[in-house]
Design a protein around this ligand. Structure first.
Ligand code: GTP
Ligand code: MG
Length: 681
């Protein structure tokens, strides 16, 4: 499965702007959901009929795509999206967003315009503001939407009532989440000179954004949009485009060959594209988390739904909501991989525990990796635990299924191997003097064959134990009916049978213990590995947050230097406070990071103790059982010995000591021979 954008021959509508309000288009969200690559989102906003769609087509490397209008009526409605592989950065997707033109007199809905502008800010990592002519006071006044952003966007979730301090903190937070700002001035015909000196595009923009000294209403009104742009978008860039072609060609610009365009226009357009491709960052959200296509789809839906419901979009809430949806699908995707990984092995059930465990380890590592790749902000490990629980539950179920399959197979194997003996019983082969010896030989040969079969699964010894227990009454009655055996032989045989059964029980317990021990060992290892992976992920997330905070500080400090140099002490003082606020947040993050690390260490230690405790308990139970069985064996041996002693005492009384000793010795050597025969089998 490719993680990049699916082939898109043309842009699609992402957000419709209807009379009922803004509405996301499900098929376009679905398209985004398939993209697992980080996205660089470039949105163009600006007054209607200013060549926005044309510029976006150039970024897409296409002559047509985003529809252009050749009349004075506005063309683009809502938000249109084109996802293409990033031309510079492999593994990233470039999402181009073309938006509805602002200030359309026919529409006459400035509130709606303000939301279009606001969504452009919220969704993009680079926002291109497009205008025509010059950056004069009128042009800046038309950008009044920036002054409304503080009412339209909330950074923190609404908890306690806002204080002045919070208000300031909110505004200063904008810089962390807002896109870089590029002003594209089209049809620029003036000479770029300030006080007779040639200046660059950026100097031209900064000159236009210069503040005026003073506190009169007029000055404050003049300064407000400029101050907002400076403060919210400290990373700014400007491109002044000349006319692309002669006025009479303008309406069929999208059919014109590149070579027929004005060379100066092409030069600026090329350096604009180069700048966008080289400098636009991957879209991030609060905490510095990178946004993938799939996360972006949630973001779009969350913001649009919030705006539609009449509420103010909140950056913090959006990230939390987005993380919840994304983490849940990360759990599902991780689990899907685990199920898929175990599916093949399931076909081969029964398998031994080593194979089952190895496959489980492999599949659960894959599942965890996939989960961690997709999830974010799972600070408490809630979703990671959810995945682990789902995996553990299925693994338990698979172990049971594997045991059932083993049981079924062993039962069949035993019944097949026993079939000739059952036939012999029916024919009375063992019901004659010496029959018990034949029975024992047949049974031992059958057990040896059973053991030779290597594909019995996890229940081989347990099933054999059950089988031998079941057959012990049969063995006893054959033995008792065997006239060749003396009472002493029978007593001895009975003892021998008891011991053999105990030995088999031992084997069965050992088999169980072996897999119990390896399951526990595996649980401990998986737990440790997952904890390490989660810690690593959290560390990475803290590094992202630290990077985000540092970048914000850097930008603010650069802005502070500019203001200081220009003698704007009042604004510089405000900035100073904002910088202090950012530093405070940085210190909070560091303290939080340290706290989390301490907690994680404690958790890890507790978990290890728990697993160790479990292992010790199991081990203790096993030891106890083993000891019980040993005592039983000793008792059985002792009984045998007491019987021998009683027999010898009786023999002594009747003067048959040497005969009894001879019989016992013969019996013992016969038993030895049989044992070595079994071994060589
Ligand atoms: N003068 C001029 N015209 C241009 C430029 N770029 C494109 N056009 C033409 O202007 C017209 C409108 O271009 P669009 O790209 O559709 O403008 P838009 O801003 O997307 O328009 P809306 O979607 O209606 O807001 C088309 O006929 C274009 O060919 C330019 O740089 N200068
Ligand atoms: Mg357009």
């Amino acid at each position: 499965m490719s993680n990049g954008p699916p082939p898109m021959p043309a842009p699609v509508c992402l957000i419709e702007n209807t009379d009922q309000g803004l509405q996301t288009v499900e098929s376009s969200l679905n398209l985004l959901r398939r993209i697992q690559q980080p996205v660089v989102v470039v949105a163009v906003v600006g007054l209607y009929r200013t060549g926005k769609s044309y510029l976006m087509n150039r970024l897409a490397g296409q002559q047509s795509g985003f529809a252009l209008g050749s009349t004075i009526e506005s063309k683009t409605k809502g938000f249109w999206m084109w996802c293409v592989p990033h031309p510079y950065s492999q593994g990233q997707t470039l999402v181009l967003l073309d938006t509805e033109g602002l200030g359309d007199v026919d529409k006459g809905d400035s509130k709606n315009d303000a939301w279009v502008f606001c969504l452009g800010v919220l969704l993009s990592s680079t926002m291109v503001y497009n205008s025509r002519g010059t950056i004069d006071n009128q042009a800046i006044e038309k950008l009044h939407y920036v002054t409304e952003l503080t009412d339209q966007i909330q950074v923190k979730s609404a908890g306690a009532s806002k204080q002045d301090d919070d208000e300031m903190a909110e505004e200063c937070e904008f810089v962390r989440f807002f896109p870089s700002f590029v002003w594209a001035v089209r049809d620029f015909t003036l000479e770029r000179k300030i006080n007779g000196r040639d200046v660059s595009d950026d100097e031209y923009l900064n000159f236009a954004l210069q503040l005026k000294n003073g506190l009169s209403t007029k000055v404050m009104t003049y300064n407000l949009p400029r101050q907002c742009i400076r403060s919210f978008f400290p990373t700014r860039k400007c491109f002044t485009f000349p006319f692309p072609t002669a006025a009479n060609n303008m309406s069929h610009l999208d059919y014109m060959a590149e070579a027929d365009l004005d060379p100066d226009f092409r030069k600026v357009a090329d350096s604009f594209c180069t700048h966008i491709f080289a400098e636009s960052r991957v879209k991030t959200v609060q905490g510095g988390h990178k946004v993938t296509g799939s996360r972006f789809s949630h973001l779009v839906k969350i913001y649009v739904d919030t705006i539609n419901s009449g509420k103010v979009p909140c950056l913090e809430n959006a990230v939390v909501a987005m993380a919840e949806i994304e983490n849940q699908s990360a759990v599902n995707e991780g689990f899907r991989l685990y199920v898929q990984g175990m599916e093949n092995l399931k076909k081969n059930f029964p398998v031994d525990l080593e194979s089952l465990s190895a496959e489980h380890q492999r599949a659960s590592a894959l599942a965890t990796q996939e989960f961690l790749k997709r999830s974010f902000k799972d600070t408490e490990g809630k979703y990671m635990t959810q995945l682990q629980e789902k995996v553990a539950k299925l693994y338990d179920q698979l172990i049971n299924e594997n045991m059932d399959a083993s049981e079924k197979l062993c039962r069949k194997l035993l019944s097949d191997l026993y079939a000739p003996m059952a036939g012999n019983i029916q024919q009375g082969i063992y019901a004659k003097p010496g029959g018990y010896e034949i029975y024992c030989r047949d049974r031992d040969a059958m057990v040896a064959k059973y053991r030779q079969d290597g594909k019995k699964g996890m229940k081989g010894e347990e099933m054999l134990e059950g089988f031998l227990q079941e057959r012990s009454a049969e063995a006893n009655s054959i033995m008792k009916a065997d006239e060749k055996l003396t009472e002493a032989d029978k007593q001895r045989a009975e003892e021998g049978q008891k011991i053999a059964l105990l030995e088999q029980e031992n084997r069965m317990e050992e088999e169980k213990y072996r897999w119990l021990e390896s399951l526990l060992e595996e649980e401990k290892r998986t737990h440790e590995e997952n904890l390490n992976r989660l810690n690593e992920k959290l560390k990475q997330e803290y590094a992202l947050l630290a990077g985000e905070q540092e970048r914000a500080l850097e930008r603010k400090m650069a802005e502070q230097t500019v203001l200081l140099n220009q003698g704007f002490h009042q604004q510089e003082q405000e900035l100073k406070e904002q910088i202090q606020q950012l530093k405070k947040e940085q210190a909070q993050r560091e303290a939080e990071e340290a706290r989390l690390q301490r907690e994680q260490q404690q958790q890890a230690a507790q978990a290890t103790m728990q697993v160790l405790g479990n292992t010790l308990e199991t081990y203790y139970n096993y030891k106890q059982k083993k000891e019980d069985r040993r005592l039983q064996q000793v008792k059985a041996q002792k009984e045998k010995y007491t019987y021998k002693k009683r027999l010898m005492a009786a023999a002594k009384k009747v003067g048959m000591e040497s005969k009894v000793t001879g019989v016992l010795k013969a019996g013992a050597s016969e038993q030895k021979a049989r044992a070595s025969e079994q071994k060589s089998d």
